[in-house]
Design a protein around this ligand. Structure first.
Ligand SMILES: Cc1cc2nc3c(=O)[nH]c(=O)nc-3n(C[C@H](O)[C@H](O)[C@H](O)COP(=O)(O)O)c2cc1C
Length: 391
């Protein structure tokens, strides 16, 4: 990973190493990708306030997430099919997160199972849950997360129906996946990837395989999943989830002040302000544009995490300045896994940490815990232009 300077380098490397269909799966947003682009563009519109001649020695990037002390205000987001970016991808990402001392979130739709990740890491991780119609299966899944000593349940609330990603259709990765000749030929040009996947502990949906009767191959499992997501899910069901899961509960996919208030009422411990990385409602606002309103409305009542569009440590600073307690990152580490397995995931975390450290210093802060809205520059000149004539 010597010549990797930034997340964009990991993206480039992954594009060479990972078969097209799986690489595209990570990069894509839904439909016209407006929200995917807005996540990134709007973050960059938040201008940071440069401060000088402030003592910036002895900086501290640590904070707490759900009451646990962590060395960085970052957690790895759930990313389905990480195990198809590189064999054992979920295990490798979890190990990189453990080495950095930050939380890793395993997706329901992972390739390695809860048990495989638990066995290979030996440390608690977060488990992300998609609610499906078969409540006995979900109860069993939550039971498995408890047995594996998972330290938080991340209930994703923005994916009861699936937003289409056009490239998945074109590549034959729609649900159910269709492996076309072109894909197979492309995989054959990625021997290192092929070897890692052939040697991996799992090549199917590890949390579902063997637990769903008569659904032993990837295609039928995916089909089963498409019909099983619970479209009737409502706020009333949170109580049922809580009855199965006594631990910390995070609701992921909140993008509206009213929903944030309902999340507080539901008794969740935290929310992730998120639009699923621009993969669900296309045309939804960027996560960063909604964050300040949600922070103002419920920031004193519930822990607020943020995700969507973070590609640099400067972006982490922006989200923290606008009130997030911590940030989840998805694609940056998924590209890292594709680019170089565990070393790639570790590199992604390290890049974000180092960039955040420099940004913290140049904004005149010593401690992540002290960051507030004063870290954002007031765009005086832009305001003058847009101010009404009578002002
Ligand atoms: C390839 C991919 C797969 C994802 N799979 C899941 C998933 O299984 N569950 C979930 O809650 N979110 C999933 N997400 C959303 C991420 O958890 C996160 O919200 C998003 O990636 C944040 O945006 P970023 O990629 O710009 O950091 C996925 C995102 C990507 C890119």
């Amino acid at each position: 990973m010597k010549n990797v300077a930034c997340i964009a380098d990991l993206h480039r490397l992954a594009s060479r190493k990972v078969p097209r269909a799986f690489f595209d799966y990570v990069c894509a947003g839904s439909y016209e990708e407006e929200t995917l682009r807005a996540n990134i563009d709007d973050l960059r519109k938040v201008k940071l306030r440069q401060r000088v001649l402030v003592d910036m020695s002895g900086r501290d990037l640590s904070t707490t997430i759900l009451g646990e002390k962590v060395p960085l205000p970052i957690a790895l987001a759930p990313v389905a099919l990480t195990g198809l970016q590189h064999g054992n991808g979920e295990i490798l990402a979890a190990q990189a997160a453990n080495d950095a001392g930050i939380p890793y979130t395993l997706s329901t739709m992972s390739i390695c199972s809860i048990e495989q990740v638990a066995e290979a890491t030996g440390k608690p991780f977060w488990f992300q849950l998609y609610m499906m119609r078969d409540r006995s299966f979900i109860a069993e899944l939550i039971g498995r997360a408890r047995a594996a000593n998972c330290s938080a349940l991340v209930l994703t609330v923005d994916l009861q129906v699936l937003g289409q990603r056009h490239c998945d259709v074109r590549n034959g990765l729609s649900v159910p996946p269709e492996f076309r000749l072109g894909n197979i030929l492309n995989m054959a040009t990625k021997p290192a990837w092929l070897l890692s996947v052939l040697k991996s502990k799992s090549r199917t949906f590890g949390n579902l395989a063997g637990h769903v009767k008569g659904m032993e191959d990837v295609k039928s499992l995916a089909q089963w999943t498409a019909t099983q997501f619970d479209q009737g899910l409502s706020w009333d069901d949170i109580a049922w989830v809580k009855s199965q899961w006594p631990g910390k509960l995070i609701l992921k996919g909140i993008l509206d002040v009213q929903d944030a208030r309902l999340a507080v009422k539901s008794g969740a411990d935290a929310i992730v302000v998120s639009n699923h990385g621009g993969r669900q409602l296309d045309g939804a606002a960027s996560s960063i544009s909604i964050l300040p309103d949600i922070v103002d409305a419920v920031g004193s009542e519930i822990e607020i995490m943020f995700d969507g569009g973070i590609r640099t440590g400067m972006d982490v600073m922006r989200a923290l300045a606008l009130g997030a307690k911590s940030c989840l990152v998805g694609r940056p580490y998924a590209w890292g896994v594709g680019a170089g397995g565990k070393a790639g995931a570790a590199k992604a975390i390290d890049i974000l940490a180092k960039e955040l450290d420099v940004t913290l210093a140049l904004c005149g802060y010593k401690r992540v815990a002290d960051i507030n809205r004063e870290a954002v520059a007031v765009a005086t000149s832009a305001m003058k232009v847009t101010a009404p004539a009578h002002c």
